[in-house]
Design a binder for this molecule. Structure first.
Ligand SMILES: NC(=O)C1=CN([C@@H]2O[C@H](COP(=O)(O)OP(=O)(O)OC[C@H]3O[C@@H](n4cnc5c(N)ncnc54)[C@H](O)[C@@H]3O)[C@@H](O)[C@H]2O)C=CC1
Ligand SMILES: C[N+](C)(C)CC(=O)CC(=O)[O-]
Length: 527
């Protein structure tokens, strides 16, 4: 049978401009994550949450998000939006382009809150609900303008995981779905329209099935929570971040592929262990057992520490995926690469030549994964920072993703890196570039890495790059437009003299015999 493309995907293009102001109604785990996602995309956010400590909680989630973003990307993020807190729904939704409801998972509560939002928000505003499973048709039932309502189901942490299931109800306008997908894209999120509404949508149907089996395994003492988590994180959990279920199983079918996989494991679907559907009774004893095992598993780890470890791990995974598929990016990493490309394009459009007289400048923070057994930044991270700074320069002269796609690029052919000091965990670094020389094919750079606000270099790198025709892999003259941008940067750069250390080769170590006291004594005796 040939499947039809789902309706909402056909209305693919958003007619709306970018979001300027968002209201988040509910600022708990998920509401706080939405706040961070929108704010760090430069959007103003108004929050309403009656919890007495709502502001503290939101700001703590935001602090986590800022740390995670500093590690996630070197791309020029926009200036964060303005965060405000409001005592009423009416005040929060005033002037909002999008309202995201994230109050507790109770139909009656959500309906009341949505009715208040619907009555007070601007006519053009979209209304999304974070519900994990309630049907959008049930939630939109009492609204005066149900056509602008939909479920926007995110994943925790909302500021790092890009997926949002966009689920329309019976009365949602298909254009609303397309608009929601389009409006989320500049925040780095991937809105995925779900063709038909169903309880728990797609993600939570899968997660609930796994969770149900997990609860049985603990209740029946088959394993404890730590063993169960190990089974996931040392095996299929590692696969799922990059290939999901079906692509993974296609490979598991070997050379004969998916048909063979289905032929081999299809019959097993009739065996008892593949159709477990009973729901475990979450009685007091089981709750106590799981809570106690979970406490033991996480002894000494606060919630915020767990969140930080989780965020660091997710950032690492996203960055690995960004470099996958021969640098083209894969899955969520490809999305991140596209997001960063948009940020660079926007920054360049806002300031095509840039006002900065320094040809390239990059800020970086020493992340835990950058530190080695000596307790300082490890070697290859220096090259990463210098390489990223070179990329800043290349983008500035017009060598961006589109330029590379069109067939030419600059390749680094030589680097001389000097380590002059130590960069330690959490330190903010600045890298600045001087263009030493260039001609139609060669570009000679000198980077200096310092602690932010300090002049003394921690490291320097001298690099030679060649302009290359990518098809032949051979050096080729860069076009006039690139060369004249380079000339403009050279003219304006503050330093015109050769920097200390430029052109230096590694001086050979003295031969052991030259240094030996015996040798020196012998030499002395000869004198
Ligand atoms: N926690 C999770 O992993 C995920 C939760 N969700 C969904 O997000 C929604 C919120 O869940 P969580 O953030 O986990 O819950 P939470 O309990 O952390 O936060 C709910 C917040 O809503 C506030 N609230 C209660 N009544 C309110 C009202 N009348 N107006 C404004 N705020 C009000 C509470 O003070 C609280 O801060 C639920 O629909 C849930 O299904 C979606 C994805 C994942
Ligand atoms: C537990 N949960 C059903 C609220 C989970 C979700 O909805 C998504 C997530 O982040 O796992």
């Amino acid at each position: 049978m040939v499947s039809r493309m789902p309706e909402p995907r056909e209305a693919a293009v958003s007619a709306r401009p970018e979001l300027r102001r968002v209201a988040c109604v509910g600022g708990g785990v998920i509401g706080g994550g939405w706040v961070a996602r929108f704010l760090l995309a430069g959007i103003d956010v108004a929050v309403h949450d009656p919890h007495p400590e709502a502001e503290r909680i939101v700001r703590e989630v935001l602090a986590n998000a800022r740390t995670a973003y500093a590690r996630l990307t070197q791309a020029p993020l926009p200036a964060p939006g303005t965060l405000t807190f409001h005592a009423t729904i009416e005040a929060a939704v005033e002037g909002a382009d999008w309202i995201q409801e994230s109050v507790p998972e109770r139909l009656d509560l959500k309906r009341g809150v949505l009715a208040a939002i619907d009555a007070a928000c601007p006519a053009h505003a979209l209304i999304g609900s974070s519900t994990s499973g309630l049907l959008p048709s049930d939630l939109q039932a009492g609204l005066s303008r149900p056509e602008r309502f939909f479920v926007a189901h995110p994943y925790n942490p909302v500021y790092l995981l890009p997926l949002v299931e966009i689920v329309p109800g019976a009365r949602t306008d298909p254009q609303t779905v397309a608009d929601a997908v389009g409006l989320l894209a500049p925040t780095g999120m991937k809105g995925v329209p779900i063709a038909k509404e169903i309880d728990a949508f797609v993600g939570d149907r899968l997660l609930e099935a796994l969770w149900r089996e997990a609860l049985w395994l603990i209740r029946d003492d088959i394993c404890d929570v730590e063993t169960l988590d190990d089974v996931i994180r040392y095996s299929f959990g590692l696969r799922w971040a990059q290939m999901g279920l079906f692509q993974t199983y296609r490979i598991a079918g070997g050379e004969a592929g998916m048909r063979h996989f289905l032929g081999q494991f299809g019959p097993a679907l009739k065996w008892p262990w593949t159709k477990l559907t009973d729901v475990v009774d979450l009685d007091e004893a089981l709750v106590e057992k799981i809570a106690a095992q979970s406490d033991a598993q996480n002894a000494g780890l606060s919630l915020r520490r767990l969140e930080q470890i989780r965020d660091e791990n997710i950032v690492g995974i996203l960055q690995a995926l960004k470099g996958a598929d021969d640098g083209r990016g894969w899955g969520a990493g490809k999305l991140l690469a596209g997001f960063e490309g948009d940020l660079w394009r926007k920054a360049q459009a806002a300031s095509p030549d840039g006002d900065d007289p320094v040809p390239a400048r990059l800020s970086a923070r020493v992340a835990p994964s950058w530190v080695d057994y000596n307790g300082h930044m490890t070697e290859h991270r220096y090259l990463q920072v210098f390489g990223d700074t070179t990329d800043v320069l290349l983008r500035r002269i017009g060598v961006d993703a589109a330029y590379v796609e069109a067939g030419a690029s600059y390749y680094t052919v030589e680097t001389h890196l000097r380590h002059l000091g130590e960069a330690r965990l959490g330190e903010d670094l600045t890298c600045r570039t001087q263009i030493l020389s260039f001609d139609d094919k060669r570009l000679h750079l000198f980077h200096v890495l310092t602690r932010a606000g300090v002049d003394e270099p921690i490291a320097t790198a001298e690099q030679m790059l060649l302009h290359v025709d990518r098809a032949s892999g051979r050096a080729a003259a860069a076009p006039e437009a690139i060369l004249s941008r380079l000339a403009g940067l050279v003219e304006r750069q503050p330093s015109t003299t050769m920097p200390e250390g430029a052109g230096r080769a590694i001086s050979p170590a003295k031969r052991r015999s030259d240094r030996s006291p015996v040798h020196e004594q012998e030499t002395d005796r000869r004198h």
